[in-house]
Structures are given as C-alpha cells and as structure tokens.
Design a protein. Sequence first.
Length: 277
Amino acid sequence: MKSILVPVEKHDLVTSMLECAARIAGMFSGTVEGVALRLPQISVVGPDPVVTVTFPRAEQEDLEILATARHIFDAYFASEATRSLPEGQRPRHRWRAGDPVDDAALASLARVYDLTVVGRPQSGTAGPRMTTLEAVLFESGRPLLIAPPEAPRSLGERIVISWNCSSESARTVAYAMPLLVKAREVIVLTVEGAVTPGPSGKELADCLAAHGIEVRELTVLAGGRKPGEAILEEARRLGGDLLVKGAYTQSRLRQMIFGGATNHILWHTEMPVFMAH
C-alpha cells in the first residue's frame, strides 16, 4: 500500500485520519497524499423538473477551504509525533495541488490510490459525512479505511476479520492481504447466524495460513446482540486494533431501514475499520 489518499477538512477526526494514514504509509514505505475536501454545490430544482439551478461556490470560499486544509495537513506532518519517528518509519507526504474536491470528485480520484482514509461519520455537519464515505465505498472501486474518533495506539498488529462467507467479505480480505501478512496475529471471527452460504471461517483461516499468516478462527454466538454489536464487542475483547469487514452484504436501503452490521459498525466503531464493497 504505497499510495494513501486523505481528504482533509476542519473537524475533530482529522488528526485520527492522518495518524491512521501515516501508520499505514510507514508500514509500506508509502506516501500520504492530502487533498482539500469541500461540501457539494447546492442545486435547487424548480417547479419545472427540467429546470435545475446550481449555485456556484464563491472563489474566495474555495481559497479559504484550501488554505485551512493545507495548514492542517502541513501542521500534522511537522508535529513532533511524526518527526520523532525513526527514518525508516517516517511516512512520506505531499499535498495534491488544485481546487478542493467534493465527494464525487474524491471518489473518482480514489480510483488511482491503494487506499483512502476517511473519518467515522458524525451526525450533523461538524464532522465527517456519511456521503463522503459512501461515495468512496461505492464509486472508487478501491478499499477505504475508516478512522475512529481517537487516534489508535497501534494499527494492524492484531487484525480481526469479520467473516460472513460473502463475496463482499472475500473481496475485502483480498484487498487487505498486504496488511494481513504483516500482522502479528489475525483472527477470523464469525458470528453464528449472521452468515451467507459459503466457505467457513476455518476454510478462510486455512487459506491465510498457506500464505504464512499467523491466524486462528473463532465462531461466537450473537447472544441476543445484533450482528454489528457482536462484531465490535468481540473485536474489542480480542484486543484487535484493526477490523476488516466487507460492506453491505444486505442492500444499503434495507440496512438503513431495518439496521444491519455494516451500518452499526460505521456509526459506532472505536477502532480503525478496513472496508470494501
């Protein structure tokens, strides 16, 4: 994972996002690239559905967004937290020139990066937005990492894979292989009753072991918990510092209405989550 993209804007989770990106870049001698993120332009549809008016963003506002984001990015990489790292673990970083991007442009840009780091969604407008996360998840064709509210003390040393036998989970595990082979321990976690027809957790563990990965398999009962609750609680109990999870095995609409593991994890995780769809 040599190229890691971070959309930067002013909110409380941006330090955690940059910390997660820096840790992964340090593991692979990679580069963290920052880009300024802005809200989408406002469009209003008139009485005639053919007529749509888009209010252009003021050039001065874009300049302010760009300056703020660049300052946050440069200040983080100039901080003692990164300068004190050994030379071999110090991540490279650079700023992507150009205007701030909205969610759609970010998702398009993410297609040429190994990983994009976003923040755990927050309600309201003060923090990372679910629209940003979903744009990258569904439109980039690449994996993303969701940073928790607090920067993690470690990342990728003990990885928990949430395995439900689905193609989404299989695809996410394949994307995560560079991290899995570097982990001290990998645990394949299956919540009984929250699976689709497919290979078992034991079969996945055997596959990973063939790659020289230190891995074990664990199947747990939900015990009255919703699947998302069980996954997060067990991952925390196991001492995981990264959760690997395929996104939206059920439809996104169904999860929004009835709830689901992915939706619960996106809103409640306290550890980094590596995710793909």
